[in-house]
Design a protein around this ligand. Structure first.
Ligand code: 5CA
Ligand code: ZN
Length: 414
């Protein structure tokens, strides 16, 4: 499907350092993508409600990674999916008496406009589950050929026991896996399952629900196989980074990796992602912001209320991406104040030659922080220091470079 219009990324002199990122699977910092090409799969939205600040924070984190990679001279291929058919979407459409496709189309359109307003670089491939059905059927066929599937009343499950490396993404014990599976769309208590956490790869047609033909009969795809199929089709069997919010570590990322490992085993490197990057959860009043809880601050509402999208972006990236944090109106006003200070400093220091070299030093500091596990707060602090100097008239001539650096690396247009 169409993604959204790419914002301009100004050219910067030289190039940035090799980005490293925290890898959940190994529990350590790691080079995010060795070599001159970088490949990223970020799990996309389930479009049954508008983009909230939590979604935005997660996509902004991966946007910083893409910007850091580009600045390091890499060619980036970025794939994002849209889970445009799944239980929560169908349930919401049913509740509101709306056609599920219309609901999905509307929310996807809103997501696109929110991402464009926040100057998020679009993925190279933006792929819906429905349009990916042939890929999903193909992956399910491979799983069946490897004896990794079984049926209960027409529903088709994946045997986690088929994957010798199962658990290597999340590193969780079985009890925790069962609990998280129950909380995240799984059905651990269903009688007949070989293992409580085994996930569905194909749901047989239910009355009133959409369905598509498949080798197992009419139905719709499971969630994890959707991402396994899309990621490996567009990025190759092995790719650099699988990214999502921390709530996706288990079961989603563990299961997608397990499907790919079993279906594509033996083709070159171990299948699926080399690294797993996860962002923290944004909360409202101490509770995770989530569509199911309904405690949401929508990006589109903030923008409609007249907040500068650059202030919204700055408010979000001022938090370390791996931390959990609370959205507050105060953080938005602090960001607006900071943005105004940066703009005034850039205006003040546009003229003249950069005698102090503070522009170059600030660019180096921003690059260094960003490449170090996306330390946007550290990068922001470097720009704050520059703005203090520029406002005092000690950074003449550096305004142009800082404008370009802040835009290219942090996505903030001054
Ligand atoms: N469609 C699936 C992924 S394939 C899905 O999880 N969709 S979602 O709409 O529920 O979430 C989209 C992304 O936003 C995921 O990476 C999820 O981890 C992230 N996310 C959801 N809630 C929050 C939150 N409160 N804070 C930070 N990130 C969040
Ligand atoms: Zn996903």
């Amino acid at each position: 499907m169409d993604s959204w219009l790419a914002p301009d990324v100004p050219d910067l002199p030289g190039s940035g350092p090799e980005p490293v990122i925290w890898d959940t699977a190994s529990g350590s910092l790691a080079v995010a993508a060795a070599g001159s090409a970088a490949t990223l799969y970020a799990c996309g939205i389930t479009p049954y409600d508008a983009t909230h600040v939590g979604h935005a924070a997660t996509y902004l984190a991966w946007d910083l990674l893409v910007r850091a990679w580009r600045d390091a001279g890499k060619t980036v291929t970025y794939v994002q999916n849209v889970t445009d058919v799944d239980d929560p979407l169908l349930e919401r459409a049913d509740r509101d008496g709306e056609d599920w496709r219309e609901l999905a189309d509307r929310e996807i359109a809103l997501f696109r406009s929110d991402m464009a307003a926040l100057r998020v670089l679009p993925p190279s491939h933006y792929i819906g589950a429905v349009e990916a059905l042939p890929l999903i059927r193909d992956m399910n066929l491979r799983l069946a050929q490897r004896d990794a599937l079984y049926e209960i009343d027409g529903d088709v499950y994946f045997c986690r026991s088929a994957d010798a490396a199962f658990g290597s993404v999340s590193g969780l014990d079985s009890d925790t896996m069962v609990r998280l599976s129950a909380e995240n769309g799984g059905d651990p208590a269903r009688p007949g399952k070989k293992d409580p956490v085994d996930p569905l790869v194909w749901l047989t047609k239910r009355p009133g629900e959409p369905s598509w033909p498949s080798q197992f009969g009419p139905g719709r795809p499971g969630w994890h196989v959707e991402c396994a199929a899309i990621a490996t089709h567009y990025l190759g069997v092995t790719f650099d980074v699988q990214a999502g919010g921390r709530d996706l570590i288990f079961p989603h990322h563990e299961m997608s990796a397990a499907h790919a490992r079993v279906a594509l085993d033996g083709i070159g490197e171990p299948p699926f992602a080399r690294r797993y990057a996860h962002s923290g959860m944004v909360r409202l009043d101490g509770e995770k912001m989530s569509k199911s809880r309904g405690n949401l601050v929508f990006v589109s509402r903030l923008l409609a209320a007249g907040h500068d999208p650059m202030a919204v972006r700055l408010a979000i990236i001022a938090h370390p991406y791996r931390a959990d944090w609370d959205w507050t109106p105060a953080s938005l006003s602090a960001a607006a104040t900071r943005l105004a200070a940066w703009r005034a400093a850039a205006d003040r220091s546009t003229a003249g030659a950069d005698g102090s070299a503070s522009g170059a030093a600030t660019l180096a500091a921003v690059r260094d922080r960003l490449a170090d596990d996306l330390d946007a707060p550290g990068a922001i602090a470097a720009v704050d220091d520059w703005a203090v100097a520029a406002t005092a008239g000690r950074a003449a001539g550096s305004g142009g470079l800082i404008r370009a650096a802040v835009d290219a690396l942090l996505g903030i247009a001054l």
